[in-house]
Every structure is written in structure tokens, then in C-alpha cells.
Design a protein around this ligand. Structure first.
Ligand code: SF4
Length: 337
């Protein structure tokens, strides 16, 4: 089905233009213009979005987002509204995310009936995830899903690039229960090269979401030759530990994709070094998927190091926590269990 444009939120009039307040690009649009993301546009005095739609609809687990400290084992009905505010050259989902930014990407999405999706998620005691593309661009869909899901006990979770304005953080925090935010690098130039945007707003957004009660975990892709070394990882670990040493940090193995194909998958040694760096900087929970086996995915008690949550690949193995506490020493483990 073709694109359908529906009313968007977070806009204001400014010097005769309509300004979008969703992401820090803050596009000021003339009538008929589309924003940098390609999925929000101005028509007359109205801001509109094409993101009340999804390219995928499938079941998956919350561990896959990845969210490790949020209701382990919860099934997620996962949607993806086309579009992204970043243009990462390594994006494995570029055939969905780069709609509107790359001419070769075709529109391929169906309108979403929020009530029906929330009902399907409720029937499996699951949540709804928006993932693969940038979920903040679908803030209107997120709000509708959360409103339909609330009376049914269905949460909405995001996997986001964290490139949100303070206004968008305020709105998202009312509707999103948990989010995994990508922090790719804090180096200004590397971040611009990689994404086309500044890194500062990402840290601000993850801080703001946490302050407003959203459960936040962080992912960092270790791209060989760019973000896989200590020069990238230590500043991120330090910044996260300064916010809260209990923030779970996921180190993600990068495989060649999209326009970044000239490297091998991240060496296991770099991932193991990243884990050490995270711990040295004081982070309590540092994870690696797809490289260090079950050890890389296990949650340990921060005090006695007992394994309290064991994970298979992309799924819950065993959750031994008792009311969020270590069964051996009683120490509370941070999370929404
Ligand atoms: S969400 Fe899109 S239209 Fe809005 S400011 Fe960001 S890039 Fe521009």
C-alpha cells in the first residue's frame, strides 16, 4: 500500500515556517517541504507524518532489542515504521531505515491499527516493540499503541538512536516503558561521519528518559577501525558510569553491512577488552551478544557474582532473581523484573 500522511505532533510556527520539534535537526519547513528524515512533511499549516505504518510485524523476545533488565523473556510484537534521523553507513536495516534518505529505498509499509496490535500483544502477555528503524519518528504511533495497551497491561518499548529533542523526550517518557539507546561514540567528528549528526543530544536524551522513569539500556556497535577501540569505549563507559553504574551496556559485534564492507566482524578480543573497560570504569552490567557465549549474556549479582539471569541466544534461559534480588546474598539487582 502507498504512503498515508497523518497529522503529526511536536510542531510550532516560526518566522512563517512550520518547525518540527521531534529531533534536534528542528527542520523549519515551507509549505510542501519534507524534513531531512523524509517521513515528516508540511502541508499547509499542518505537520504530517508517514510513520503510522509498519514494514514488519513479527514476534520476537525482549532480549533481542536488546533489553536484559526489563521483564526477561517477555514476547514482543515488533513493528518498524520506515525512516531514520541518522544515515549510518553500516546500518543492517538500511532497506527500511533509509526510506526518504536514499533513492533506492522503496516505501514498503502497511498502516497500523493500534488497538488491534495492542490486543494481539495482550493475548500473549507481551509488549509491543518498535525497532529496526528509528521509533521516535513514530511518536504518534507509539502514543496510540501505549494508549490502547495501557488498560491491557501492554507496554511499548523502543530500540532508538536517542536523537530526540527535550520536547520529544517529555512526550516519549509518557508512553515508552523501556528503551535501548545506541551510543555509537562520543567523539564529535566520528559521530558526524558515522551518522550525520552530533552525539550530544543522544546523551541528553538518555539522561532525560531515565529521569522521567523510563528504563534505559545502552548499546555500542564496535566497528573495527572506528569505534572498537579503547579511545571510543572508555569515554562512553565513563559517561554512563557517571550517570549510573547500573545502566546495562551492550557491546555489539559489527559485521560488514551496507556501505561499510571493508572490515571483518569485530574481533572477539576487542569485545572482551570492551567488557574489561566497562568494568574498570565501574559499570556493573556489561554484555556481549554473538561472541563470548552464554558468559557474555549472563547477569551477575553485583555483590557476590552469582549468575542471577542466564540467557540463551536472544532468549531467556533462567531467571533466578527473587523479587529482583540475588537468591544467594539478597542484593537488589537494578531493573524492571
Ligand atoms: S524528525 Fe524529521 S522533520 Fe522533524 S526535525 Fe527531525 S529530520 Fe526534521
Amino acid at each position: 500500500m502507498g504512503m498515508q500522511w497523518t497529522p503529526a505532533v511536536l510542531q510550532r510556527r516560526r518566522h512563517g515556517r512550520v518547525q518540527c520539534l521531534l529531533c534536534p535537526f528542528r527542520c523549519a519547513l515551507e509549505d510542501g517541504e519534507t524534513g531531512l528524515c523524509g517521513v515528516r512533511r508540511r502541508t499547509g499549516d499542518r505537520l504530517e507524518t508517514a510513520t503510522f505504518a509498519s514494514s514488519v510485524r513479527h514476534w520476537d523476545t525482549v532480549e533481542r532489542k536488546p533489553l536484559y533488565h526489563y521483564r526477561p523473556g517477555t514476547p514482543c510484537l515488533t513493528l518498524a515504521a520506515p525512516g531514520c534521523t541518522f544515515a549510518c553507513d553500516y546500518c543492517i536495516n538500511h532497506r527500511m531505515s533509509q526510506y526518504g534518505r536514499e533513492d533506492s529505498v522503496r516505501w514498503d509499509a502497511e498502516p497500523v491499527d493500534a488497538e488491534e496490535v495492542a490486543g494481539e500483544a495482550a493475548a500473549r502477555s507481551g509488549c509491543v516493540a518498535i525497532s529496526y528503524t528509528e521509533p521516535s519518528l513514530a511518536i504518534e504511533l507509539t502514543a496510540a499503541l501505549a494508549e490502547s495497551g495501557r488498560p491491557l497491561g501492554v507496554d511499548v518499548v523502543w530500540k532508538s538512536n536517542g536523537f530526540l529533542t527535550a520536547e520529544a523526550v517529555d512526550l516519549a517518557a509518557r508512553h515508552v516503558a523501556a528503551v535501548n539507546v545506541d551510543v555509537k561514540t562520543l567523539d564529535e567528528r566520528d559521530h558526524r561521519d558515522l551518522t550525520g549528526a552530533r552525539p550530544g543530544p543522544v546523551l541528553d536524551a538518555l539522561t532525560g528518559l531515565r529521569e522521567r522513569g523510563v528504563w534505559v539500556e545502552v548499546s555500542t556497535p564496535l566497528i573495527p577501525g572506528l569505534t572498537a577501540g579503547p579511545g571510543t569505549l572508555r569515554p562512553i563507559a565513563r559517561a554512563l558510569a557517571a550517570l549510573d553504574p547500573a545502566i546495562p551496556w551492550h557491546l555489539v559485534r559489527a559485521t560488514p553491512a551496507h556501505r561499510r564492507t571493508g572490515h571483518a566482524p569485530t574481533p572477539v578480543a576487542d569485545l572482551a577488552a570492551g567488557v574489561r573497560i566497562g568494568r574498570e570504569e565501574g559499570l556493573r552490567h556489561v554484555y556481549v551478544e554473538r561472541a563470548l557465549g552464554a558468559v557474555g549474556r549472563a547477569t551477575r549479582c553485583p555483590r557476590c557474582r552469582t549468575t542471577v539471569v542466564a540467557r540463551d541466544i536472544w532468549a531467556l534461559g533462567e531467571n533466578a532473581l527473587e523479587d529482583g534480588r540475588c537468591p544467594r546474598c539478597g542484593t537488589a539487582v537494578e531493573g524492571r523484573w
